[in-house]
Design a protein around this ligand. Structure first.
Ligand SMILES: Nc1ncnc2c1ncn2[C@@H]1O[C@H](COP(=O)(O)OP(=O)(O)OP(=O)(O)O)[C@@H](O)[C@H]1O
Ligand SMILES: [Mg+2]
Length: 212
C-alpha cells in the first residue's frame, strides 16, 4: 500500500510547525505511521544546506540562482532519502514547506521565471506531487506578531527571509493564493487567523475529506 505526502505551506508564522505536530498526533491516533519532516532540511545534508540558506552561514550574499538550487538540492536529497522510502512502505509524510515555497518565494516574491521553477521542482521530485497541500493563509503582520512572541522566549533570531521587506512577504502570500487557485484539487486553503484549535479542526476536516 502506498502512503501519502501532505505538505504545509504559508507565510512566516502562519502556524505550519504547530499544525504539523497536531495533525501527526491525530493520524498516529488512527494507527497511521507518520513521519514529520521539513524543508530545507530533513536530512543531514539538507540541514547543512538549511544553515547556509537561513543564516548566511558562508558569510557572503547568495545569488538568487544559488539560493534556488540549494533549496532544490535539499529537496532532492529529502525525496530520495526520506519521503519516497516512507511513502513506499505505506507511511504518511507531513512536510513543513515543499515545492510551493519555491514558487511563492523564488517565483512570486523574487521574480524568477515560474515555468523554469516548475521544471526544476519537477526534476527534484520526479513529478511526485503532494497528495494534499494545506495552505495556512494568514495576514503578514499577524504572522510577524506571532513570531515576535515566539522569539521573546527563545534564543532564535530572525532568519534571512524574515528580514526581507514587508512587500516581499505580501508577494509571498498573494503568490500562494494564486498557486492554490491554479491547483484546486491538490490545495486546501485554511484560514489561519483563528485560534490554534479552530485551525486544527479545519486542517483535520480537510485531511479527512481529501484522504480518509
Ligand atoms: N492560530 C494561532 N493563533 C495564535 N498563535 C499561534 C497560532 N498558531 C501558531 N501560533 C503561535 O505563533 C507562532 C508561530 O507559529 P509556528 O511556529 O507554528 O508557525 P510557522 O508557520 O511554522 O512559522 P515559520 O514560518 O517561522 O516556520 C508560535 O509561537 C505559535 O505557538
Ligand atoms: Mg515553522
Amino acid at each position: 500500500m502506498s502512503g501519502k505526502l501532505i505538505t504545509f505551506e504559508g507565510p512566516e508564522g502562519s502556524g505550519k510547525s504547530t499544525q504539523i505536530r497536531l495533525l501527526a498526533e491525530k493520524l498516529e491516533g488512527q494507527g497511521i505511521e507518520v513521519l514529520c519532516t521539513r524543508e530545507p532540511g530533513g536530512t543531514a545534508t539538507g540541514e547543512q544546506i538549511r544553515n547556509l540558506l537561513q543564516h548566511d552561514a558562508a558569510g557572503e550574499p547568495l545569488a538568487d540562482r544559488a539560493e534556488l538550487l540549494l533549496f532544490t538540492a535539499s529537496r532532492a536529497q529529502l525525496m530520495d532519502r526520506v519521503i519516497l522510502p516512507a511513502v513506499e512502505r505505506g507511511g504518511w509524510v507531513l512536510c513543513d514547506r515543499f515545492i510551493d515555497s519555491t514558487m511563492a518565494y523564488q517565483g512570486f516574491a523574487r521574480g524568477m521565471d515560474l515555468a523554469t521553477l516548475d521544471a526544476i521542482n519537477t526534476f527534484a521530485i520526479y513529478e511526485r506531487k503532494p497528495d494534499l497541500t494545506l495552505l495556512l493563509d494568514l495576514d503578514i503582520e499577524a504572522g510577524f506578531g506571532r513570531l515576535e512572541e515566539r522569539y521573546s522566549d527563545s534564543e532564535e533570531s530572525h532568519d534571512r527571509f524574515e528580514r526581507e521587506a514587508r512587500e516581499f512577504h505580501h508577494r509571498v502570500r498573494d503568490g500562494y493564493r494564486k498557486l492554490a487557485d491554479r491547483e484546486p484539487a491538490r490545495f486546501r486553503v485554511v484560514d489561519a487567523h483563528r485560534t490554534i484549535d479552530a485551525v486544527e479542526a479545519a486542517v483535520w476536516s480537510a485531511v479527512k475529506e481529501a484522504l480518509l
